[in-house]
Design a protein around this ligand. Structure first.
Ligand SMILES: [Fe+2]
Ligand SMILES: [Fe+2]
Length: 410
């Protein structure tokens, strides 16, 4: 064993002793093989030196057979998953390492399904769409959507009105008993981390604030409504898992970014793919054809949407949002969640983009795509945060996602 300066450690070296930081927290256990990620963490925590096993001791370490083979395979799959991204970039590298860990813990759902699809090697025949679908008509009268419930508009107005009081929102929400019950369940979930259980809407509004309760009520109403119309054509659980994960991610990022409205980015994350949902529901054949074409051409679905629908699902979602009288800022967030920004976008726009990209990278729920798009660095730069924040953000998402999706969805 030898004591080594942290800046002299190389990946592959093995810890001979547990690493404990100045506050007495155990960072790593002995016998851990260090990778770039752990070395970065050691530097981040300001650990000056650690005990490393000598070469002969390392040799004597018994490793389970096949471990490195498995890791190699996982890397190969992830390399494909990240192929559109520059792995030398520190943000990409951090997310890649997080994904590799998640893969080992079987948290990487998307890559698992990606693997299955690859093995099937089946490409469906390309269907034909005669004309570009007329979206403005779809928005006006062609779309077969039942009227949105009145409560949806009432909550939307409450969100937009800065003078709306806690009592006003409680009065609106309490008209719908199932909405009230779901809202209380979510308020009492780990996501909100309240120290005491809240048993009435009145206390929920006091504990969380009017805006937070309003956006939560809005989100629950939207999901319930769309769940009813689209169940047959879309795996709704997967869809909302992706969307709720984006909402949670956006809100978590918002705690690290100054000057953003955390409730607006939460709703933006929740509804960013609403255009895709309506297109899938209204034009299943055209969507099927588009998916097949994208697979043949090796493109992302959103890259073909202009050809098929005259606009992307982001743009369509933003038009729907305007139709439903959402604020312009919110419809902007929906519009640009796949944009490759030529310059740094407004913070909230970059934040929702980043949330969608990160949730796609992590493979939570279904974004609809079978690959990870190239990260727009301008979107990342809009947040002005360090990549060291990504790991704690992902930990928070993992802690909250299962419970929140369950409550939102049931
Ligand atoms: Fe999308
Ligand atoms: Fe998405």
């Amino acid at each position: 064993m030898k004591k080594l300066n942290v800046y002299k450690i190389k990946p592959g070296m093995i810890l001979g002793q547990d690493v404990i930081n100045a506050e007495g927290r155990r960072l790593f256990f002995k016998n851990l093989e260090l990778s770039d990620k752990e070395i970065r963490t050691l530097k981040m925590w300001g650990i000056p030196e650690v005990i490393i096993l000598s070469a002969s001791q390392k040799k004597n370490q018994t490793k389970p057979k096949g471990e490195s083979e498995g890791r190699k395979k996982e890397r190969e799959i992830l390399d494909k998953w990240f192929q559109k991204n520059d792995r030398q970039n520190p943000v990409i590298k951090t997310v890649y390492d997080i994904c590799l860990d998640r893969f080992e813990n079987n948290q990487f759902e998307k890559v698992a399904s990606f693997k299955k699809k690859k093995n099937k090697g089946k490409i469906l025949s390309d269907g034909k769409t005669k004309d570009v679908i007329d979206i403005p008509r779809l928005l006006k009268d062609d779309i077969k959507l039942p009227a949105l419930p009145t409560i949806f508009f009432e909550i939307n107005e409450a969100i937009k009105n800065p003078k709306c009081s806690g009592k006003d929102i409680v009065d609106i929400v309490s008209k719908d008993t199932s909405l009230s019950a779901t809202l209380l369940k979510i308020v009492n979930s780990a996501h909100y981390g309240l120290s005491k259980k809240v048993e009435s809407l009145h206390y929920a509004a006091m504990a969380l604030g009017t805006q937070q309760v309003s956006s939560l009520a809005f989100g629950i109403t939207v999901i319930k409504y769309f769940k009813g119309i689209s169940e047959k054509r879309v795996n709704m659980q997967s869809f909302w898992q992706h969307s709720v994960a984006c909402a949670i991610t956006a809100k978590t990022f918002a705690t690290h970014v100054k000057g953003v409205n955390s409730e607006r980015v939460f709703i933006g994350g929740l509804l960013h793919d609403i255009g895709r949902l309506i297109l899938l529901n209204s034009y299943p054949d055209a969507c099927n054809s588009l998916v097949n074409k994208a697979q043949i051409l090796g493109l992302f679905h959103y890259q073909l949407e202009e050809k098929y629908f005259g606009m992307t699902h982001g743009k369509f979602g933003s038009l729907l949002a305007k139709n439903w009288n959402f604020s312009d800022k919110l419809s902007e967030l929906i519009h640009h969640h796949h944009t490759q920004f030529k310059k740094v976008p407004p913070k909230e726009t970059g934040l929702v983009y980043m949330s969608n990209w990160l949730v796609m990278a992590l493979g939570i729920g279904a974004s609809g795509e079978n690959g990870l798009p190239r990260l727009s660095m301008n979107a990342w730069n809009a947040l002005n945060i360090s990549e060291s924040i990504l790991e704690p953000v992902v930990k928070q998402i993992d802690r909250q996602i299962v419970e929140v999706v369950k409550f939102f969805y049931e």
